[in-house]
Design a binder for this molecule. Sequence first.
Ligand code: TYD
Ligand code: MG
Length: 453
Amino acid sequence: MVKVKSKYVCQNCGASYSKWAGRCENCGEWNTLLEQVATTETEVKSALAKGAVSGKKLEAVSINTIEPSDAGSRLPTGFPDLDMVLGGGILLGSVSLLAGQPGMGKSTILMQVCSNVANGGHKVLYVSGEESAGQVKLRAVRLGASSDKLHFASSASGNDIAKTIEEGGYDLVIVDSIQTLSMAEISSAPGTVSQVSNCGNLIIRAAKSSGTAVIIVGHVTKEGTLAGPKVLEHLVDVVLNFEGDRYGGFKTIRAVKNRFGSTTEVAIFEMATKGLVEVKNPSEALLAERQNTDGSIIMATIEGTRPLLVEIQALVNPTNFGYPKRTASGFDLNRLNLLIAVLEKRTKLSLQDKDIFINVVGGMRLNDSAADLAICMAIASAAAGRKLNDKIVVFGEVGLGGEIRSVIAPDRRIAEAKKLGFDHAIAPATIKDKFVLPVKDLRSALVKYMNNK
Ligand code: TYD
Ligand code: MG
């Protein structure tokens, strides 16, 4: 076995060390040293010393004469929403990374996809480095996955898997998960940056040369800190994030990078006894268990291109000791602090001695600036013990001056609210629609509509 020497290079300033350290001594940044395979200095020097350019001239062609490689080579996954996220199915020859926390359901959804693709007449291989054939079979039985064209192999060798992709003649190969793989040439443990990026590279090369579609599973921790899958993000064609609550609630798959489609779409799933199922009418499901207490506001948001009604809950309690506590689940904490500051300054609501908790129901994560107004109204509602009318949805961005600003796609938000039986929307005054109760600033929104005890 050839031992490849490795060195540790600071990703911030480029200084290199022979040993790993938590802090780069050169630039002082923490946690920036990554392991890399070392090219010996003499090799580089001798190449440079020759002086002459050793490459050859590239054969460039006019872009008009190039055939697109895509046409008609997409595999449908059997989940229409997931296909939409991928830009119309899995492209042959593409490499995707499915990243998510352990236990989210990555292996489950991929087994379902494998089964659907195999039943569509394609040759599929599922490679697992973490589970035995018996365990995977158990899951397959549970999910009702059975097909002669669906093969399984258990392996943790990056070299073997790449070879199999190259020569196996498969249309789709799943690699579960990249953290368990290792390459014979590298001595570091599976899951380290050098193993993950080198195995990733091997697999990507094999996929491109054979035209096989590959989906690689990557575990990330809650904070997304584990460096492993992060280094892969630059190499693969598509990065899918699998997010949500591990225990019940909705799970979403969205593309954070997609070389063959847009990154705005999102697929919403729910874990059932027979695997993941697409949620066809998420708004209805999210509102099913609602009780209109104070602090509860329904917001009309947009997920990808889809409108969605979600409940935002706020709890405002007196602070017992020390600094007031502010916590948000499903919403950005910095944005919450900003909105609290705006509320205090512009509406004279006193919150400096209050603990504030925000919860977005159903495990959804809001990345929509239109959530501002709903968050502010939920906090005000909880603080004052007043309720908003049952039949009103809310959306709008809040500026630092307390003004309500317009947001994208108001028509789709309004249409969804109408469909689910709401009467009105508190929304930016720029929208001309009878359905809308127009508001110009935060203070008037609270004074006018927050009046039911
Ligand atoms: P899994 O796909 O193994 O998660 P990951 O590969 O992301 O680590 O499974 C996630 C959880 O889903 C597991 O704890 C059990 C549960 N589950 C169901 O509720 N129903 C099912 O049909 C299956 C297969 C799993
Ligand atoms: Mg798994």
